[in-house]
Design a protein around this ligand. Structure first.
Ligand SMILES: [Zn+2]
Ligand SMILES: [Zn+2]
Length: 895
């Protein structure tokens, strides 16, 4: 391409147009990228946190007569298995009634619950037979967020007593007028403030009154004599006592005694009411356990092991055994070795209860009928198991059909309207037109966008026909603009693929392995900061495997030195743990020393050092000195409890304000501009530092300076003649696309280096995942009154400063290696998206809230990293290329 027309006005117009088009192009690209990331960010809530439940199955139940007419379910909320089963100091049981049942009447074991060990999912598993999906989190967790079937809904009548939080959950899910709940008022729960066992005695008293009243109430009496009825007693006292006093407390243990005695009374009232007809089945269990320190939610055995005791109609009598299949120490500890222990999964209790009273298995139940508990004929057991299998299969079939319906539109996304060869032609033509600067002809590339719009409309129409939720439109339509963007960059991709094909296969596999290893290190560094140290050590060794070491010894040595120096930071404790103001002062002194060196070398190199540039440099050094003084005096005055001096505060804010403007006044030649940015940002960072972290941006940017030179060097290694020496390169606003070369494999490495440095900037001084690990003391130079917004903003700026330094260096790397920022940026996005995908699959929808939260936050960090990257790229571009002039004398810099 020639620039003969440079001095003509049309030439200027063309260049202007081209710049404008490039800018517009970038803008569109960024907006698209942003949108895509926001959407995928939202998608985790749709994909992981929506109900996996399916609806539309036919109820399945066993055709044989059930063993029990009614079922009584006792749930002692928050009761640990061991505290119930173990014997006290005197060798007596805390629950003599239950122990008697185990030894003489029924079957027992441990019920294994799943995380989250919370009341709601526990009760859902118990009564509805499935482990509740986490969509309840997204939907508030309180009310019944998803429609599901339960034993209570399938029963003829259910009477329940207990906490409103639990009972309303199942009453609302049930249709018809067959569920009766008796709850204490949620607001006035403090009637049990002094003695929470009242929560349990309330239930027992109400049940007693209920059966007493039933004798004189004809309609209630006849209902109670129906079959397939359920009584559900929810006992909250033990959980509340456990939270208040811990499970080892006297209160917790006494509450177990009280529940045991209450149950004994309830059972005798019921048996008496029904004249000992032997048609009542009883189940006693708890929704979850509790840790020694009185919490639940996670997966510790103390939380997941709950008692399970069942007796009455249809249940096996105790089985005396000489050996048991469990090798934990519990049986011995509890002195229950000779009574057969049968463990159960919490969700299996629902099908057991359903089969006992002969109601259909709850539709969403995934529980497997524990036939070993049943005291019935083999025919009944076989029939029940068959029904169980059919019922689970039903769900699978419905789910399959739904999946098919959902997946169908995706099959139509491939560009059927537009054969690939045709696309290729259009893109090629458009590309060549652009190369020939025939903008009018390049316009036919609108054909591509037109066909993309057509496909979009087609897909939307298809979705409309299928009556899909609106989010599906976004998920299905999103590939269209992405492919549009990709196809427009087809030349770059094609070049890259041809390049890859020229690489020998063994090398290719090697590169791929290194690439995967690199990404794994990045992913792991989110969990273990020291992985960054490992990565940086590998970086330090990198010059030896390339020719860099033989070609440029001094650059290699400084690269190794700064890599090793930076590698020390991830090993240090999280910021704010060990404040050390002298390290901050040391960092300031190092900056000053460095700037003196730079100043002298600049004066030496330039024969005519322009006055205003010298002035600016000195002014920036002064601001570093000022910020050191302010930091020192503020911290010493705070130590003396004298508060933040007003003067210090004013100077701090002034330094912050100037730090954003001063670099724009410096000359745009590469090193001068970058150094000016470093000086400005360091003066702010010193104000925000309390310890060793003040050294971090300094070491980081030293490494960045070396990086720029290293990249220049590697480019020369490939035999690409560089038009300019690094020292003479200038940042320019207008990007000249004709200078861009095609992609090399090294560019993938460059993009990876950038992502790695960004992650290092992120985690180098502390884990951002827990922002509270950042010390509030770091903003004391700016304000001491508590103002969350201002403090948050300042802290965010402190976090962003290392990022800005890396991005500015990257801007320089782009410039010196003559790469189109778009294709480089595309690679960076691809790398971070691979990581995001990695974390997306690591998002947990099980485990304690902490686990879930951490896994989500990792995904969020990577996703927002790509979003933040877009803005940072813009900011870095602005910082490096914009030039303000104080005195309006225009000075022409040659490009
Ligand atoms: Zn609970
Ligand atoms: Zn609780």
């Amino acid at each position: 391409m020639t620039f003969q027309d440079h001095n003509t006005s049309t030439g200027h117009l063309l260049i202007f147009l081209e710049d404008w088009l490039v800018t517009l192009d970038m803008l569109l690209f960024f907006i698209l990228g942003l949108f895509v990331h926001f959407v995928f960010f939202g998608s985790i809530f749709d994909i992981y946190f929506t109900s996996p439940l399916v609806h539309g199955m036919t109820p399945q139940f066993t055709p044989l007569p059930p063993p029990a007419k009614r079922l009584v379910l006792f749930v002692a909320d928050g009761l640990r298995a061991d505290t119930l089963y173990e014997l006290d100091e005197n060798g007596n049981s805390r629950a003599p009634f239950i122990r008697n049942i185990i030894m003489h009447e029924g079957s027992w074991g441990l019920s294994h619950t799943r995380v989250p060990t919370e009341s709601r999912p526990g009760h859902v598993a118990l009564i509805a037979g499935f482990y509740e999906d986490v969509s309840a989190v997204a939907k508030g967790w309180k009310e019944n967020p998803v429609e599901f079937d339960s034993l209570i809904n399938e029963s003829k009548y259910t009477w329940s007593w207990g906490s409103p939080d639990i009972l309303t959950m199942f009453a609302k899910g049930a249709y018809g007028d067959h569920v009766f709940t008796y709850t204490y008022d949620a607001d006035s729960e403090d009637f049990g403030a002094h003695d929470v066992t009242k929560l349990d005695t309330w239930v027992f008293d109400k049940v007693k009154e209920f059966f007493h009243a039933a004798r004189n109430n004809q309609s209630l009496f006849s209902k109670l004599n129906e079959e397939k009825i359920v009584f559900f007693l929810h006992l909250l006292g033990i959980d509340t006592n456990g939270h208040a006093h811990r499970p080892s407390s006297r209160e917790y243990k006494d509450n177990i005694k009280l529940v045991d005695a209450g149950m004994k009374e309830m059972v005798s009232i019921l048996e008496h009411f029904y004249g000992n007809d032997g048609k009542t089945a009883f189940i006693f269990t708890s929704d979850h356990g509790m840790t020694d320190w009185g919490s639940h939610g996670a997966g510790h055995p103390s939380e997941t092991l709950t008692p399970f005791v069942t007796w009455g109609a249809g249940i096996k009598y105790p089985q005396k055994v000489s050996a048991q299949k469990f090798d934990d120490a519990f049986l011995k500890e509890w002195r229950l070795e000779s009574w057969k222990r049968q463990d159960i999964h919490q969700a299996d209790i629902a099908p057991l209860m359903a089969s006992l009273i002969g109601v259909p298995f709850p539709l969403n139940s995934v529980g497997i009928l524990p036939v070993d508990y049943l005291n019935n004929t083999d025919l009944f057991k076989a029939e029940s198991m068959f029904t169980n299998a059919i019922q689970i299969l039903e769900q699978f079939k419905v789910k399959m059909t739904q999946k098919k319906e959902v997946t169908l539109p995706f099959l139509f996304i491939p560009f059927k309207l537009l054969p690939e060869s045709k696309q290729l032609n259009i893109v090629r033509k458009a590309r060549s037109y652009i190369k020939q600067r025939k903008y009018d002809e390049a316009k036919p590339s609108h054909l591509l966008s037109c066909s993309c719009i057509a496909i979009g409309v087609f897909v939307a129409f298809f979705l409309l026909l299928q009556d899909c939720p609106w989010t599906y439109y976004i998920y299905c339509l999103l590939p269209v603009p992405i492919w549009y963007a990709v196809l427009r960059e087809f030349q770059v991709i094609q070049d890259f693929v041809t390049l890859l094909l020229t690489v020998p296969p063994s090398y290719f596999v090697g590169y791929l392995l290194v690439f995967i290893l690199g990404i794994e290190i990045l992913v792991l560094s989110f969990f273990y900061r020291y992985m960054l140290t490992a990565g940086l050590l590998a970086f330090a060794g990198w010059p030896f495997i390339t020719q860099l070491w033989t070609r440029a010894k001094s650059i290699s040595l400084s690269w190794i030195f700064f890599s090793l120096l930076l590698a020390a930071f991830p090993l240090m404790p999280v910021v704010g743990r060990k404040p050390d103001i002298f390290l901050v002062m040391g960092a300031g002194l190092l900056v000053l020393l460095l700037s003196l060196c730079v100043l002298t070398s600049l004066i030496k190199r330039k024969d005519s050092f322009i006055n205003e540039e010298l002035l600016l440099h000195l002014f920036q050094m002064l601001s570093v000195v000022l910020s050191m003084c302010v930091t020192y005096s503020t911290h010493s005055s705070l130590r003396k409890k004298q508060g933040l001096p007003l003067l210090n505060q004013i100077i701090s804010w002034l330094i912050l304000a100037f730090s954003l403007v001063l670099p724009l006044l410096s000359p745009t030649s590469l090193f001068e501009r970058l150094f000016s940015i470093l000086l400005s940002l360091m003066s702010t960072y010193i104000l925000l530092s309390t310890g060793y972290e003040a050294l971090f941006p300094l070491v980081l940017s030293c490494l960045m300076f070396v990086w720029i030179q290293v990249e220049q060097e590697t480019l020369q290694q490939r035999g690409i003649s560089c038009k300019q020496k690094v020292t003479s390169v200038r940042f320019t606003c207008s990007t000249d696309i004709t200078q861009f070369r095609q992609l090399y494999l090294d560019d993938v490495r460059r993009a990876f280096f950038l992502v790695f440095f960004l992650v290092t900037a992120f985690f180098g001084t502390g884990n951002i995942a827990s922002v509270n690990s950042f010390d509030l003391a770091s903003v004391y130079c700016f304000l001491t009154v508590f103002s969350p917004f201002m403090m948050g903003a300042l802290m965010m700026w402190k976090i962003l400063i290392p990022f800005v330094l890396v991005m500015c260096a990257f801007e320089a790397v782009q410039l010196t290696t003559q790469l189109s920022s778009k294709s480089l940026f595309l690679m960076v996005l691809v790398i971070s998206d691979i990581m995001a995908l990695h974390f997306f699959f690591l998002v947990k929808d099980y485990g304690s809230w902490l686990d879930i939260g951490t896994s989500i936050s990792h995904y969020v960090i990577v996703m927002s990293m790509t979003i933040v990257l877009v803005f940072l790229n813009g900011l870095a571009h602005l910082l490096t290329t914009k030039k303000l002039r104080l005195c309006g004398k225009p000075k022409s810099h040659l490009i």
